[in-house]
Design a protein around this ligand. Structure first.
Ligand code: ADP
Ligand code: MG
Ligand code: MG
Length: 249
């Protein structure tokens, strides 16, 4: 039932320790929320989990689906079912969105995917996300608005069906309608099988219609508080102030 287990994880960026001994456990099908002030290290955790080489694990272990993956490169982690949606998605001129997603799905499944089947599935997900079909043939994120980029990330989530999805501020900079649409996309992913979610967010709007099993507050590279879904509302009302005091900021 265990999906991800992080034990005493410390991470350096450019020789500076950013994360100090993080412990976190996500079971299959669980949705965890990671909140915290800017600069706390939330994105650093996402990159370190995904295996970005700029984020050096100096202590601790990452276990994913029962396997220690500290030394696995990012592409192997992706193939094993880990997905990170970026805070600032890259633009890739010359690579149509649909082609990109199809090849990612094929890599993940290790088999060809029939174009006809893929197109049908893609269009269904695009409809849910209220994306114009034409976006499937447009170059990945090139000239996409902020909202369209975030929707394109959720589109990948829905087609790839990763076993663990880390969503890094997929809701930031979106208007109310786009947040609702993105949230519906995430809800659709939640409904499917036993995928786990780690949602990194500043705001709580994306969570309104989602089931949240656990909430973690990160301050200054440490998880200073873990609670259930109701912790989100508490943060909504009172902010992070009391936790900043705890961390001695
Ligand atoms: P959050 O996502 O919680 O806002 P980050 O993980 O982005 O926080 O950043 C945590 C700290 O690590 C910050 O002090 C930031 O300046 C530093 N940091 C993160 N990534 C890099 C990087 N690629 N190069 C240099 N410093 C970085
Ligand atoms: Mg930030
Ligand atoms: Mg961040």
């Amino acid at each position: 039932k265990q999906l991800l287990k992080i034990n005493g994880l410390s991470v350096n960026v450019e020789d500076k320790e950013i994360l100090h001994g993080i412990n976190l456990e996500i079971k299959k099908g669980e949705t965890h929320v990671l909140m915290g002030p800017n600069g706390a290290g939330k994105s650093t955790l996402g990159y370190a989990l995904m295996g970005n080489p700029r984020y050096e694990v100096t202590k601790g272990d990452i276990w994913f689906q029962g396997k220690r993956i500290n030394e696995e490169p990012a592409d192997k982690r992706a193939k094993a079912g880990m997905f990170l949606s970026f805070q600032n998605p890259l633009e890739v001129p010359g690579l149509p969105l649909g082609t990109f997603i199809r090849s990612a799905v094929e890599q993940r499944r290790g088999a060809r995917v029939r174009l006809w089947d893929f197109r049908k599935e893609l269009e269904k997900a695009m409809e849910l996300l209220q994306m114009d079909r034409a976006y499937g043939d447009r170059d990945l994120n090139a000239g996409f608005s902020g909202g369209e980029k975030k929707k394109a990330e959720i589109l990948q989530l829905l087609l790839l069906k990763p076993s663990l999805a880390i969503l890094d501020e997929t809701d930031s900079g979106l208007d109310v309608d786009a947040v609702r649409t993105v949230s519906q996309g995430v809800e659709e992913y939640q409904k499917g099988r036993d995928g786990g979610l780690l949602i990194i967010t500043h705001s709580t709007r994306i969570l309104e219609s989602l089931r949240v099993d656990k909430t973690h507050i990160m301050v200054d590279g440490r998880i200073v508080k873990t609670g259930d879904g109701s912790l989100v509302e508490q943060i909504n009302e009172h902010g992070f102030e009391q936790y900043l005091d705890q961390a001695g900021c």
